[in-house]
Design a protein around this ligand. Structure first.
Ligand code: HEC
Ligand code: HEC
Length: 304
């Protein structure tokens, strides 16, 4: 077995250790990690970057351009926790929601109507109790049998969405395992305020590469294509979005994590540095999670 003696060893040897761990966990949890592939969701739906809210729920962008001669503000030091040792983490549905849904639907689930519908009503519809209470308020008595039948139908629709997505919503990628679906579903119910849902939360054990896969496929792939032309500084300024396959060679781990979690101006370090980036800052991802995304992109090179 491979051992890393130096804690700050290169990402390469660290990565091999993780791969080893992954083998173990894959057999235990039936999570199969695969490379990200294909065009971005925005390309797929022919949405112009400036004309959509998808992927932009944080509403926070990189630092503004500095005045000439001012130089760049110093970056906060990168803080990866000791936990960042390739160990599996225990996630809850709230984490899966954050990694996979929040970029479009926001922390509250409200989305950005009319483009991105709220998740709340379709989730409430899965509760027979809530339905009966609501109907009672408007003076209608619904039998519990009828309510249960409607709730079951709503549940079916919601679960189908968790596997297949919608017209303008990508199918949750990678394919969710049964326990991931249960975990996410339980959190959606909590988000929608269904009584008792907070007691139903299901933990999922996820290796770092799986965490990285969730983030890249569900969040980064909204805007970034998997492969393609690696834009020059000029092309980047003109609005081209670098493909996922180019990110780990364009940026080191540190810069990558900084760009994702606290933001950085576009073209950092180049003569044209200091231009405000258009990429949203994912303030709700931890540095460890962003590092998992970097690791995943390094070990599973994106495919056409
Ligand atoms: C790329 C953006 C995007 C992501 C990521 C995304 N959604 Fe959606 N979602 C949408 C859009 C757009 C709609 C409305 C249009 C449609 O249904 O295709 C929608 C609709 C929904 C609806 C139905 C709302 C209704 O009125 O019926 C639910 C429920 C939902 N999403 C849940 C989720 C969950 C859970 C996740 C995470 C696993 C998720 N979405 C991830 C964009 C997204
Ligand atoms: C809403 C669209 C959008 C989403 C979602 C998005 N990006 Fe970006 N990203 C951009 C744009 C636009 C640029 C180029 C302009 C800039 O630097 O802000 C960019 C640039 C970058 C860069 C800098 C490349 C360089 O050479 O400086 C990195 C790294 C990056 N993205 C990583 C990610 C990761 C990782 C994710 C997922 C957590 C992600 N992006 C999600 C739009 C997006």
């Amino acid at each position: 077995m491979l051992r890393t003696t130096n804690k700050k060893s290169s990402i390469g040897s660290y990565a091999l250790g993780v791969l080893f761990l992954l083998e173990l966990s894959v057999s235990g949890y039936a999570q199969v990690v695969t490379p990200v592939e294909g065009e971005s969701w925005l390309e797929h739906r022919h949405r112009a970057f400036g004309a959509t809210s998808m992927g932009k729920s944080s509403g926070v962008y990189g630092p503004a351009a500095s005045m000439p001669g001012e130089g760049q503000p110093p970056h906060p030091a990168l803080q990866l926790s000791n936990k960042f040792t390739g160990q599996t983490s225990r996630l809850y549905g709230s984490d899966l929601y954050r990694l996979k849904c929040q970029a479009c639907h926001g922390a509250s689930g409200a989305g950005a109507p009319p483009e991105i519908n709220s998740v709340i009503d379709p989730v409430r519809a899965t509760s027979a109790r809530m339905y009966m209470d609501r109907m009672k308020k408007v003076g209608m008595d619904v039998s519990s049998k009828d309510a249960a039948a409607l709730a079951k139908q709503a549940r079916g629709t919601l679960l189908a969405r968790l596997h297949k997505g919608g017209t303008d919503m990508p199918s949750p990628n990678p394919d969710l395992t049964d326990v991931e679906v249960r975990s996410l579903f339980a959190y959606l119910q909590q988000l929608a305020g269904i009584p008792g849902a907070e007691k139903q939360q299901v933990p999922v054990v996820e290796p770092p590469l799986r965490v990285g896969e969730h983030i890249v496929k569900s969040t980064c792939h909204i805007c970034h294509a998997s492969v393609g032309h690696n834009p020059s500084p000029r092309e980047l300024l003109e609005g081209q979005i670098p493909p996922l396959s180019s990110l780990t060679s364009r940026l080191g781990l540190n810069e990558f994590v900084t760009k994702v979690t606290v933001g950085a101006s576009a073209l950092e370090g180049s003569p044209a540095a200091g231009v405000r980036g258009h990429m949203p800052v994912f303030t709700y991802l931890t540095p460890d999670e962003a590092a998992d995304a970097y690791l995943y992109l390094s070990l599973y090179p994106p495919r056409k």
